[in-house]
Design a protein around this ligand. Structure first.
Ligand code: F3S
Length: 295
């Protein structure tokens, strides 16, 4: 009978849990106030739809809200200007920036004040990177490949990373920096939750015949899990929920692994596992019925 194994570390990370809890508290405590998140709270449509059904709106700039409105800053964090403008506008800001991201903001803010040139390793379009860049007046050099790192010039450089990048990317960039003899202070700010999820996914993907990676298609950390899994296991599937389950392909496999990104709700993961277990049980039953018939 097929076996389903869940990756040791999968699903909501500490920072995402905290953001969800803070938002739930606001919904409960501030029934008479308008509540917004700044951008979608997490990269998961299931959660976003649920919050919308509770009346939580989404804004992108403080100007979109009014005095006294509650604005929740998500775990990705925001620029310094956002906090300054929100205060000027009289918004009630609930800061749910992940403490690990907050630490990067402080590092970058201090280093920038000391005249250091900030280098961010990460995806320039990702809100976490935009937020970090906003703590050094948007002056950072942003690199996302060794080719881009090769073009870095200057001195007194101070490097931080987007929390969800792959360790291999940072290692490649450090190699480039060393080969150019550049003076650069390197801060590995990759978050442990990301590392743990990536390692669990990698180990599991080496042991199974198929991997199911559960999470929002726009979740960068879930996409990375899929990429890692695909390297070891050809039958890797990136799904958002049970509707996407490739049951036909999974039926052929005896060992199926399940991993999930840091923004994937527990209920979605459990539903996926339950659905696969049901598929396996049904198959076992129909096989037993068949054996009974031919007995
Ligand atoms: Fe924070 Fe790491 Fe999660 S930076 S939001 S605990 S992936």
């Amino acid at each position: 009978m097929a076996e389903i194994i869940r990756a040791e570390n999968s699903g909501f990370c500490f920072g995402v849990k905290q953001a969800i809890e803070k938002t739930e508290q606001q919904i409960y405590n501030n029934k008479d106030k308008k509540i917004y998140t700044c951008g979608p709270l997490i990269h998961n449509q299931f959660v976003i739809d649920h919050l919308a059904s509770q009346g939580v709106g989404i804004i992108y700039e403080p100007e979109q809200a009014h005095r006294g409105d509650v604005v929740i800053v998500r775990s990705h964090g925001e620029t310094k200007r956002f906090f300054d403008d929100a205060a000027k506008r009289g918004l009630e800001v609930v800061d749910a920036t992940c403490p690990f991201v907050n630490k990067i903001h402080q590092l970058v803010y201090e280093a920038h004040k000391q005249g250091k040139k900030i280098v961010i390793v990460g995806d320039r379009a990702h809100p976490e990177v935009t937020g970090i860049n906003g703590w050094c007046d948007n002056t950072a050099l942003i690199v996302n490949s060794k080719e881009e790192a090769d073009a870095i010039m200057g001195e007194n450089l101070f490097l931080v990373c987007q929390t969800t990048i792959k360790k291999e990317l940072l290692d490649e960039i450090i190699q480039v920096v060393k080969s150019k003899n550049m003076e650069m202070e390197i801060n590995n700010t990759i978050c442990n939750a990301t590392k743990e999820r990536q390692e669990s996914c990698e180990q599991l993907s080496k042991k199974v015949e198929a991997m199911v990676i559960v999470g929002g298609k726009n979740s960068s950390n879930t996409r990375k899990l899929y990429e890692i899994s695909k390297k070891n296991c050809n039958n890797s599937f990136f799904i958002e929920n049970i509707k996407d389950l490739p049951l036909k392909q999974l039926r052929k496999c005896n060992k199926i692994g399940v991993a999930a990104g840091a923004s994937t709700p527990e209920c979605v993961i459990k539903e996926v596992i339950a659905n696969m277990s049901e598929m396996i049980t049904n198959e076992k039953n129909s096989m037993e019925d068949f054996m009974d018939e031919i007995d």
